[in-house]
Design a protein around this ligand. Structure first.
Ligand SMILES: Cc1cc2nc3c(=O)[nH]c(=O)nc-3n(C[C@H](O)[C@H](O)[C@H](O)COP(=O)(O)OP(=O)(O)OC[C@H]3O[C@@H](n4cnc5c(N)ncnc54)[C@H](O)[C@@H]3O)c2cc1C
Length: 71
């Protein structure tokens, strides 16, 4: 039998932006904090998988100045 959890103890915070659904993505993009170009090398980005998407993401992020590690 599955354990029951009182509904007030677990709260899902999906961080969905407020506002009409058609504006959520734009709102999220405008609210994102930008990374100063000088600080990009301070961030380690881990990419798992060296296929099409992984290699492409790793190359693009490295070109932008992030410290990329690919596995
Ligand atoms: C036989 C074949 C022919 C194809 N021909 C074409 C074509 O002519 N033109 C075309 O546009 N598309 C073609 N495709 C489709 C194309 O290859 C895929 O759509 C594309 O490679 C998908 O890219 P991806 O980055 O999502 O996945 P993938 O390129 O498959 O990359 C996934 C990577 O993750 C790695 N990986 C998986 N699990 C782990 C793990 N736990 N830890 C570390 N690494 C992991 C894998 O080793 C792989 O390198 C073909 C596919 C096949 C199978």
């Amino acid at each position: 039998m599955a354990a029951t959890v009182p509904s007030d103890t677990l709260k899902l915070n999906s961080a969905v932006p407020s506002g009409p659904i058609q504006e959520k993505w734009d709102k999220h993009r405008f609210d994102l904090k930008l990374v100063n170009p000088a600080n990009k090398r301070k961030y380690d980005v881990l990419v798992v998988g060296t296929g099409l998407a992984g290699a492409s993401a790793a190359a693009s992020l490295a070109e932008l100045g992030y410290n990329v590690k690919v596995f």
